[in-house]
Design a protein around this ligand. Structure first.
Ligand code: AMP
Length: 122
């Protein structure tokens, strides 16, 4: 959040745009996706603006590891730690629409409405 133009997610982090926040710490925030493609569809977003996973460098090693551990924490918090998926779309041709790195945490607990993989374009 320095001289870069704020992304949609940075504006959510700054509370300029509302979102359903399910987790937050000093390094990242997790929100419910506005257009869920599964019963549980959470976006886990580093507060640091990294446009794409492929843009991450050695200096981002710690935050990338942190995101993985937090994804596990959130899965336990939401009761889906036995069955969830992590998706990162990297690049427009892979379906990335917001150029601020984020992990999709997707799960369909057995008692919830099921979405097929084609619903989420992967
Ligand atoms: P991607 O296509 O991988 O870049 O993912 C971007 C995601 O952001 C999509 O799943 C969108 O539904 C989601 N999204 C867009 N705007 C918002 C918003 N205001 N609040 C929560 N999620 C959003």
């Amino acid at each position: 959040m320095t001289d870069q133009v704020d992304t949609l997610f940075t504006r959510i982090i700054k509370r300029e745009i509302p979102a359903e926040i399910v987790y937050e710490d000093d390094l990242c925030i997790a929100i419910n996706d506005i257009a869920p493609q599964a019963a549980v569809h959470v976006l886990l977003i580093p507060k640091q603006q990294i446009p794409r996973l492929a843009d991450a460098t050695e200096s981002e090693r710690a935050i990338l590891g942190h995101l993985m551990l937090v994804a596990g924490d959130i899965s336990r918090q939401l009761g889906v730690d036995e069955a969830f998926r992590l998706v990162v779309n990297n690049g427009a041709d892979a379906g990335q629409t917001v150029f601020h790195l984020h992990l999709h945490i997707l799960a369909n607990p057995k008692d919830s409405k099921q979405f097929s993989e084609s619903d989420i374009g992967i």
